[in-house]
Design a protein around this ligand. Structure first.
Ligand code: SF4
Ligand code: SF4
Length: 393
């Protein structure tokens, strides 16, 4: 096993990132109240809290582009597999949580995860109630989840595509749904594998989460909270990912949170606030909310843009423009290293990002068709805001 423990194995050099005992975002754990899933933006839209127009639009905003619809549909097909029977006898595994953690992470990478981290599951990160998105009038169902650990799995939304799109055009939702479905696929297999080893495990992925994802990613050492409200930024992927989680009682060794200078960077950068089409992101200071110190996000405005966008499908403009969302090339690794280690480099990077035109759509990489199911009957049309599939806006 000595060779096994020595070789390089993670896609990104997370061992070079500074580990800290507490997350860089203050969390007053005794003050955080468990929230119902109904309080999330999409559920509030589905329940009619944001008015009848968004309540109607929330029924079609995923399905209106055919690739978004296809990548979203598979998530519902996988749902019966999130939990299941546990083997009657525990497998003969090493009695070493560090080795088991390493094995679980390598399994997730084998299943095509882009980043994996482990934390203890805090009860405040478990939703109090489940909301039935397809039946919003049904009473919310209380959630009880006592697993000890959470394994966070991140899947990249694809840099090449994110380079090509505007942030809120017709591919945006498909990028989200692809990462939701793929991370869910990995979580389902990983949870099934752990149950076959003799330990309880459950997969959580969009829209079937029993848990609040951002604090889990944060505690699992995969990123820091950013100016984009509840969005966590990874040191090598930026905010360009979606996440699934496996909760389990398999004895694991939690990772520590990380500090790569993002709080300082976000306090000065503000590019996402400047570029957000709905004005949902604050350019001000952090505030305390439900025990978390974070930059406030106007959930209603953001949901209104993502659900009600009439010139595209969804929105990920903040994800596209963030200077931390870069390809994993030698040049960007060197710039990222400097950004992590020097406040002067951070200032220079903020200035240079705009100067070099990052955040603007690069149509030479466009590969998708702009199509819309206008009437919800499966008939696809070229959307009104584009004249042909490859027209440059
Ligand atoms: Fe703004 Fe779009 Fe990001 Fe929402 S998803 S915060 S609307 S840029
Ligand atoms: Fe932070 Fe700038 Fe990224 Fe916004 S765009 S999350 S301010 S680094």
């Amino acid at each position: 096993m000595a060779g096994y423990l020595k070789r390089d194995w993670e896609p990104f050099p997370m061992d070079t990132i500074k580990r800290v005992d507490k997350p860089t975002t203050r969390i007053d754990e005794d003050k955080v109240k468990r929230v119902s899933e109904r309080e999330t933006g999409f559920c509030k839209a589905a329940a009619g809290d944001y008015g009848p127009k968004l309540q109607k639009e929330v029924r079609r905003f995923v399905e209106k582009h055919p690739l978004s619809a296809a990548t979203a549909a598979i998530r519902y097909a996988m749902k019966p597999l999130v939990d299941g029977l546990v083997a009657i006898q525990k497998a003969p595994l090493p009695d070493d949580p560090a080795l088991l953690s390493r094995h679980i992470k390598e399994t997730a990478y084998f299943l095509r995860a882009d980043a994996v981290g482990i934390c203890e599951l805090p009860q405040y990160a478990v939703y109090s109630h489940k909301f039935d998105f397809k039946n919003p009038d049904a009473p919310p169902v209380p959630i009880e989840l006592k697993h000890k650990y959470a394994i966070a799995i991140l899947v990249d939304q694809d840099y090449r595509t994110s380079q090509a799109y505007t942030g809120s055009d017709w591919i945006s939702n498909a990028m989200s749904m692809m990462s939701y479905a793929t991370s869910g696929f990995i979580a389902i297999i990983l949870a099934d594998y752990i149950r076959r080893l003799g330990y309880p495990a459950k997969a959580h992925y969009a829209p079937f989460y029993d848990i609040v994802v951002p604090p889990i990613i944060l505690l699992a050492g995969l990123g820091e909270m950013s100016r984009i409200g509840d969005t966590v930024v990874h040191p090598f992927l930026g905010p360009r990912f979606k996440a699934a989680v496996v909760t389990t009682d398999l004895p694991l060794l939690p990772d520590k949170p990380i500090d790569f200078g993002l709080q300082d960077f976000c306090s000065k950068c503000k590019k996402c606030a400047r570029e957000c089409p709905s004005g949902a992101i604050s350019d001000g200071k952090k505030e305390m909310y439900n025990g978390y110190e974070k930059w406030p996000l106007d959930k209603k405005k953001c949901t209104g843009m993502r659900v009600g966008n009439q010139r595209g499908s969804g929105c990920g403009t903040c994800i596209k423009v963030c200077p931390w969302s870069k390809p994993y090339t030698l040049f960007h690794r060197a710039v990222g290293w400097a950004m992590r280690h020097s406040a002067i480099a951070r200032r220079f990077a903020i200035w240079g990002d705009d100067l070099l035109g990052y955040g603007k759509p690069d149509y030479k990489n466009k590969w998708w068709f702009d199509l819309e199911d206008v009437n919800g009957n499966g008939v696809l049309e070229i959307p009104k805001n584009v004249k042909s599939e490859f027209e440059e806006r």
